[in-house]
Design a protein around this ligand. Structure first.
Ligand SMILES: Cc1cc2nc3c(=O)[nH]c(=O)nc-3n(C[C@H](O)[C@H](O)[C@H](O)COP(=O)(O)OP(=O)(O)OC[C@H]3O[C@@H](n4cnc5c(N)ncnc54)[C@H](O)[C@@H]3O)c2cc1C
Length: 421
């Protein structure tokens, strides 16, 4: 039977994207968001092939490409020897003439700050007749009505009035502090751990970070026990994201006070605050966590509401967007009677497996490789990822003959293979 309605809680990137995909396919969707405007904090900015694939299905890839840009590559570097700064580099070449429309190039990495992606998604959602967004509504309770065979959420509006909204399914896309998750499992039940180091994400204009100046690439990670960090160009006007590691347990004020010293220690030219423009400063704790169930009855969880990882390597939102692609296929399959709702158990099983087998170990390594080794020479010699990249880039060397080059497995999973034959 066609679905009457799906409720999605949270207008972050995952909730907006699922709303757009489902409503474009004719499913009625009500998106509920507690705030009145989209989040503008410095967060995700890099979208890999998996994300571009879903943007393409949602009809927004061209607009995202137009608004953003494709980074020229990413390198891992050392701080202690400016003469030989790069340990390894992965390039992201421009398409050769005639190859511009190939899937490989259409879906190659694109960079756009998250709030700009949100604007594109929101604008597209607002043109869909089967989608409604209710801003300023906060979900406070959830439940199922067995008699009616549906699920409900209770929302608190700005005037303090309450209202119950009903749907066939409710999807929690409500982020790390998800109310849907807390109501399903309890306030403090989110299996995993919080790293004892924290990180600080900043957006900054500083001319010496421009690509090519001081030999910087569009994106780079610096391997250093004390000053591990990442620098990435995130806008074509010269705005850069600088994210650096900090010792745990410091207050916001202490972190803010230390920021100029940190920049002076690791940015080129040892700049003082009058030499750069600090646009935003956001310290945050980092976690590796995943729920034990992404489906409970008529409730589903996706993206940060279901799992978290540190942001080095951009696997947080990429994994979330891959959830959304799987969930879209599953819900649309139910709506079009191509499958029954046991597909949602498959969604739960597959998405958690991908988090445990790929996202969690790979993102953990991505962060630890920046500070784990005594120095960059030891990192080059011992780190399996650096060794793999060197092997990939020198397959002709005798020592590398016959060695497999295991690329990163895709986070995407095609749910339609489980549809009725
Ligand atoms: C500094 C930083 C850098 C990052 N960089 C990258 C990167 O480069 N690449 C990458 O892939 N990922 C990155 N990430 C991770 C990425 O930003 C997150 O994975 C992503 O924002 C999660 O999207 P989401 O839609 O699941 O949740 P969110 O973006 O958190 O959205 C959740 C929404 O739900 C709403 N909500 C919450 N509770 C309720 C309620 N009770 N009722 C109604 N609405 C509610 C919130 O207001 C919010 O709008 C980064 C994260 C950080 C912090």
């Amino acid at each position: 039977m066609p679905l009457e309605k799906v409720i999605i809680v949270g207008a972050g990137p995952s909730g907006l994207l699922l709303t757009l995909l489902l409503s474009r396919a004719g499913v009625n969707v009500e998106l509920i968001e507690q705030t009145k405007t989209l989040d503008k904090n410095p967060r995700a900015s890099h979208y890999t092939a998996e994300s571009c694939y879903e943007f393409d299905r949602a009809g927004i890839l061209d607009e995202v490409r137009e608004a953003g840009f494709s980074p020229n590559g990413v390198s891992w570097r050392r701080l202690d020897d400016p003469a030989k700064p790069r340990l390894v580099k992965l390039s992201n070449p421009e398409p050769a003439p005639g190859e511009e429309d190939s899937e490989k190039h259409r879906h190659r990495m694109v960079c756009l700050p998250l709030h700009k992606l949100g604007v594109i998604l929101e604008r597209e959602v607002s043109t869909q007749p089967t989608a409604t967004i209710n801003y300023g509504w906060k979900v406070t309770e959830i439940g199922e009505d067995e008699e009616k065979g549906n699920a409900w959420v209770e929302v608190e509006k700005e005037d303090d009035s309450k209202e119950k909204r009903e749907a066939d399914y409710v999807v929690g896309c409500d982020g790390a502090n998800s109310i849907v998750r807390r109501k399903l499992f309890g306030d403090w039940v989110f299996p995993g751990f919080t790293w004892d180091r924290q990180i600080v994400a900043t957006n900054v204009y500083y001319p010496r970070l421009e690509t090519g100046v001081d030999d910087y690439d569009d994106s780079q990670f610096f391997v250093d026990q004390e000053h591990w960090h990442m620098v990435a160009r995130i806008q074509t006007d010269g705005l850069h994201r600088v994210t650096y590691g900090e010792i745990g347990g410091l207050t916001y004020d202490q972190l803010k006070e230390r920021q100029p010293g940190k920049f002076q220690a690791f940015l080129p030219g040892k700049p003082t605050p009058d030499q750069y423009e600090l646009v935003s400063f956001s310290p945050y704790k980092v976690h590796q966590r995943c729920v034990d169930k992404m489906r409970v009855g008529r409730f589903l969880l996706a993206a940060d509401a279901a799992h978290l990882c540190n942001p080095f390597g951009g696997m947080g939102l990429t994994g979330g967007i891959a959830d959304i692609g799987s969930l879209y296929d599953a819900l649309l399959g139910i709506h079009q009677d191509k499958t029954d709702d046991s597909i949602l158990d498959k969604y739960d099983e597959i998405r958690r497996k991908i988090w445990h087998d790929v996202i969690n170990p790979v993102s953990s390594e991505n962060m630890q490789r920046l500070y784990r080794y005594a120095n960059a020479d030891e990192a080059t010699e011992k780190d399996p990822f650096f060794k793999m990249v060197k092997r990939m880039q020198a397959p002709e060397q005798e020592a590398n003959k016959g060695e497999p080059n295991p690329g990163l497995p895709s986070l995407r999973y095609d749910m339609t293979q489980h549809f009725k034959k």
